[in-house]
Design a protein around this ligand. Structure first.
Ligand code: AKG
Ligand code: FE2
Length: 372
């Protein structure tokens, strides 16, 4: 058996179910992978459950709508109809001709690859840890107990907007030196694209075009970026990169680094629902509705349940950008939808989401449901 003492660990603080502050150690999966472990450590083995059985037998999702943002900007009725369809039927769609410069995308991909290419010691040294502030920095996904089954992932999370929000908190990597500049340039351009998506989504639902955008504020809206690294895994059939979840955000923009095949899966269809692997053409970006948009849109859009599978030979890196209105903004569902949502304060919703996550079902959104 590989000696536990040889592994590198993330030190994790969490508040347990009794409200006590606890610490635990979580193996750094990139290091396990680099050392060529052939046996998946016990803590990563998911219980044999329905979704594991299905995981070995899924089909590709070929029907994600591909939205041409040039046509959207020109007000093409046909493209807006595709946008409405993608948002309503799957809560997830692809965008092309988005206007984010290829040099900007190449640079951001390059800095995240360089960061995850560093040794564990160098990564730890050049960036603050999760314990430092609000789940930011370099580490792992949620850990809430000593006996939690772990996901095969390492991640880096930074708060990119409002500008300067994390100055002094040492959560931006110092290596590579251009990391922060590259990420902030990307975030700036991505935010403009997402504003356009929000405006066009409203139009595509025959609503006034500012109904979603009006909750946002150029100086105070929030962007968190999470870089997800799923290293090659000895037993992809026994574990998962990221457990099924919905995002708390209004919108999430996903970039997947070239070279990696997609491991992202989304729950598709109604009665029966099934997991489908997302087909992700090179160059396209993926937009995913989060819970806040489900609330704002009064259920016209549903935040999709999604998860990430691992692969045995390939390291996959994705960049998830979460776009939210200011934390103190009150979001009010646009009437005429399902009528089952109530107004919530963004920060209150997000705190609730993080407090109860991870969950086995789409539970956090119940917080924003009207009592019937
Ligand atoms: O890696 C991916 O493609 C998805 C990541 C994701 O769902 C998340 O970070 O919330
Ligand atoms: Fe997600």
């Amino acid at each position: 058996m590989e000696g536990e003492e040889e592994f590198c660990f993330h030190e994790v603080s969490f508040t347990d179910r009794d409200g006590r502050l606890r610490t635990t150690r979580v193996p750094v999966v990139q290091e396990l992978s680099r050392r060529g472990v052939t046996r998946l450590p016990e803590r990563f083995i998911q219980l044999k459950s329905a979704h594991q059985d299905e995981a070995q037998n899924f089909t590709n999702l070929e029907i994600l709508q591909m939205i041409d943002m040039i046509k959207v900007r020109a007000g093409s009725a046909e493209e807006l109809a595709k946008l409405a369809k993608g948002a309503k039927e799957q809560g997830m769609f692809l965008i092309k001709e988005h206007g984010i410069g290829s040099a900007v995308l190449d640079e951001v991909k390059c800095v995240v690859q360089e960061f995850f290419g560093l040794s564990f010691e160098d990564k730890k040294m050049c960036v603050g840890s999760y314990a430092s502030a609000d789940n930011l920095g370099y580490g792992r996904n949620f850990v809430k107990s000593d006996d939690q089954i772990l996901e095969w992932i390492d991640r880096l999370a930074v708060k990119a907007l409002p500008k300067g929000a994390t100055d002094g908190l040492h959560v931006w990597p110092q290596t590579p030196a251009n990391f922060r500049r590259a990420m902030e340039t990307y975030v700036d351009q991505a935010r403009k694209v997402l504003d356009q998506v929000l405006e066009s989504l409203a139009e595509s639902f025959s609503l006034e075009k500012h109904v979603f955008l009006q909750s946002f504020d150029p100086g105070r809206s929030e962007v968190k970026v999470r870089v997800n690294c799923y290293p090659p895994c000895p037993r992809p059939d026994l574990t998962i990169g990221l457990n099924p979840h919905t995002d708390a955000s209004a919108l999430t923009l996903l970039v997947q680094l070239d070279g990696g095949t997609s491991g992202l899966q989304v729950l598709h269809g109604q009665d029966p629902q099934s997991w489908r692997t997302v087909e992700w053409p090179r160059g396209a970006l993926l937009v995913n509705a989060g819970d806040l948009l489900e609330i704002m849109s009064d259920g016209r859009v549903k935040s999709p349940w999604h998860r990430v599978m691992t692969q045995s030979e390939v390291e996959r890196i994705s960049i998830a950008l979460f776009y939210n209105p200011p934390s103190d903004a009150e979001i009010v569902p646009v009437t005429g939808g399902s009528g089952s949502y109530r107004k919530v304060v963004v920060g209150d919703y997000c705190r609730h989401y993080y407090k109860i996550s991870p969950t086995k079902t789409k539970e956090a959104i119940l917080y924003a449901k009207q009592e019937s």
